[in-house]
Write a protein that binds this ligand. Sequence first.
Ligand code: SIN
Ligand code: FE2
Length: 214
Amino acid sequence: MIQSDLDLFGPQPQRLASHTVLLPGFALGEVEALLDALRPVLRAAPLRHMHTPGGLRMAVGLSNCGALGWISDEQGYRYSPVDPLSGQPWPDLPPVLQALAARAAALAGFDGFLADACLINHYLPGTRLSLHQDRDERDYDQPIVSISLGLPAVFLFGGLQRSAQSRRIPLTHGDVLVWGGEDRLRFHGVLPIKPGVHPRLGERRINLTLRKAG
Ligand code: SIN
Ligand code: FE2
C-alpha cells in the first residue's frame, strides 16, 4: 500500500481557531531531553500545591522554571522571580525547552517567541483544572505554548466569556498547543484526568506552559 505524504510526515498541524494551532506529537522526539532537563528543576523547586486567593488548595501540583514563576497565595495570582518555598530564584529555563517552544510558536505564526517563564503542572488521575484565563502576563501579544506529557487529557477551549461553549480537545503525550493573538484570552481548562498508566510517565500528566510573562 502506498502511504500518502501526509502519513509519511506524521500528523499535521491543526488550526483550531484563528490564532490557535495544535501540533500533534511535536515534542515526541524530545521527550527524553525534556525529562532530563526537568529532573534537576524539580529537585531544586519541588512540585507543591498552592492555594487560591480564596484559600482553596489547588488540585494541580505545580512548580516553575525561568526568570519568572507563576504563583498563587492569599495575596493573589502573580509572577515572582523567587520560589516562595526556597526563597531562591526559580531554576533556569532549560534551553531545550525554550527552543522547542520557539519552534512551535513560529509554526503557529508567532515568530521570535522568547519564553521567560515555564509553569510545570502535575496532574494525577482525577485532577482537573477549572476554566480560567491566563491574564497575569504583561504582554498579551505574546502567545502561550503548552506541551503535554504522560496521560491523555481533554482540554476545554472556550471563548472570551466564561459562559461561552467550550470545545473539547484531546491532548496526548507529545502534543503541543499554541494560542495567542485574538485567542490569547480564551477561557480554558482541563477535565478530570482519566485513570490510566502511561508507559513512560506512569499515573500522571505533566503540562509545561511556556509564556513571556515579564
Ligand atoms: C494551564 O492552563 O495552566 C494548563 C493547561 C493544561 O494543563 O493543559
Ligand atoms: Fe491556563
